[in-house]
Write a protein that binds this ligand. Structure first.
Ligand SMILES: [Zn+2]
Ligand SMILES: [Zn+2]
Length: 249
């Protein structure tokens, strides 16, 4: 399977950086993990949004779902004409909040565009030949990491989380780890996120061969993030950006 990073920024988009969005594809299936601010512009560089098989949202923070509204418009006005509702998996209650924000007509259009499912920890989501298992993590209410598998290929996307037993359980056995690395060292422990060094520790303990650091504030020093992660992890480390494409097998 192939991972294309569509947004590597935490909290807010910056020059050249969108918020959270990760496209996972096989030859038959395309799934978007998170759809934060700016992701739709980068999605269109890789595929036509109408070709998505599903969108799966990790938690109810804006930097992970804001562009679901934009995606709805892209589906509604697709040149290929009306498209069937796209499966959309979100944390419990989030779709109702989104619908309420739009009012009656907009809410109706949002509901028409998607077939809505709730994400439940441990309940597998099958989309084409991809399988996605949500794992509860320590961040916001109902926040999940996702383990995506196809055959022997195994990717763990941590979503947003602090380091702890929950994310360690999710990451165990994943060859490739796509990890929240929001916090520069001087912010360690001040918010429920990981530092690059903690992401490195997680990758080491999980037995991963490849670590992608992501969810970095647009202002942070990405070279330093790389150095910090390498202090605890001897495998391949990549600082994700909007050009990152990785084949996972
Ligand atoms: Zn976030
Ligand atoms: Zn968050």
């Amino acid at each position: 399977m192939r991972l294309s990073v569509l947004g590597s920024a935490a909290s807010y988009p910056g020059p050249g950086h969108a918020c959270a969005g990760y496209l996972v594809q096989t030859s038959a299936t395309s799934v978007l993990l998170d759809c934060g601010n700016g992701v739709l512009a980068n999605l269109g560089r890789v595929i036509d949004p109408v070709s998505l098989g599903a969108v799966v949202i990790s938690h109810g923070h804006i930097d992970h779902f804001a562009d679901v509204f934009a995606l709805q418009a892209a589906l509604r006005y697709a040149p290929s004409g009306p498209v069937p509702p796209l499966p959309l998996y979100l944390p419990p209650g989030l779709f109702d909040r989104m619908e309420a924000l739009l009012g009656e007509r907009g809410g109706h259009e949002l509901r028409e565009a998607f077939r809505v499912h709730e994400v439940e920890p441990g309940v597998r989501i099958d989309v084409g030949d991809l399988s996605i298992v949500p794992h509860a993590v320590d961040h916001a209410q109902s926040a999940c990491a996702f383990v995506v598998t196809r055959g022997d290929a195994r990717l763990c996307y941590t979503g947003d989380t602090q380091l702890g037993d929950a994310v360690r359980a999710a990451a165990r056995g994943a060859g490739t780890l796509l990890a929240d690395a929001t916090l520069p060292e001087e912010y360690a422990g001040r918010a429920p996120h990981m530092t690059p060094a903690e992401a490195g520790e997680l990758a080491r303990d999980a037995g991963a061969h490849t670590l992608l650091l992501t969810h970095l504030w647009p202002t942070v020093d990405r070279d330093r993030a790389l150095v910090d992660a390498r202090e605890r992890f001897g495998g391949r480390v990549i600082v994700a950006d909007e050009q990152t494409v990785l084949d996972i097998d």
